[in-house]
Design a protein. Structure first.
Length: 207
């Protein structure tokens, strides 16, 4: 047996964005997103990752996976293998667009719900940071007062994850190890919870 490389576009979408991926996606998001007051995601709906332009001539946008949480917050997820020119601006554009398209003419601004843009990179994006996961929000520059947490950008840089199989401890460790190494695995190495059984079954491929 051999597994597909989860970093490949269609494999990533199959694992995290297909109709029966809800439990898998909840498990993964809870492992990498830190909510205030230790809140966790209990339920979500996987939705169409295509964002319809509001205005004629406005640029179409796609993400790999898009979900709406039970509190109406939105999470957009992308797996990036190459560091294309303008990548950081594209990520911010996608987040801002998914925030703005929530309102129609006449809607009140308080109806806007938060958007989290989660990007997983197979390259080092922030060379001046040793953090595996970097979170960005709107804050005041001197006193670090949060203006709003309605748009949050989260980056996971796989090259900074260096744990071996023997060193895996948390569910986050297991997820990131699997995403980083799935294409090179030829045996099941992780304790099989129902989430992992479902995941590995969907990726398993005869060679």
């Amino acid at each position: 047996m051999k597994f597909l490389d989860v970093k490949i576009d269609f494999a990533f979408k199959k694992v995290f964005g297909s109709a029966d991926s809800k439990d898998i996606l909840i498990s993964f998001l809870n492992s990498v997103i830190e909510f205030e007051n230790h809140r966790t995601i209990k339920d979500l709906t996987i939705v169409d990752p295509y964002s319809i332009p509001l205005l004629k001539g406005m640029k179409d946008t796609y993400v790999d996976v898009k979900a709406e949480l039970s509190d109406k917050s939105r999470v957009i997820i992308e797996m990036q293998v190459l560091n294309h020119e303008g990548l950081e601006k594209r990520i911010l554009y996608n987040a801002a667009k998914n925030y703005s398209i929530q309102l129609k003419k006449g809607d009140a601004y308080h109806l806007l719900n938060p958007v989290i843009a989660l990007t997983i990179t197979d390259f080092t994006l922030f060379k001046n940071s040793e953090e595996l996961i970097n979170n960005f929000k709107l804050i005041e520059k001197k006193q670090f007062i949060e203006y709003s947490d309605d748009i949050e950008l989260i980056f996971v840089e796989l090259p900074k994850f260096i744990k071996t199989e023997a060193e895996l401890e948390t569910i986050q460790d297991k997820w990131l190890y699997f995403i980083k190494n799935a294409g090179d695995l030829d045996y099941i190495l992780i304790i099989l919870t129902k989430h992992w059984k479902k995941l590995l079954t969907s990726l398993m491929k005869l060679i």
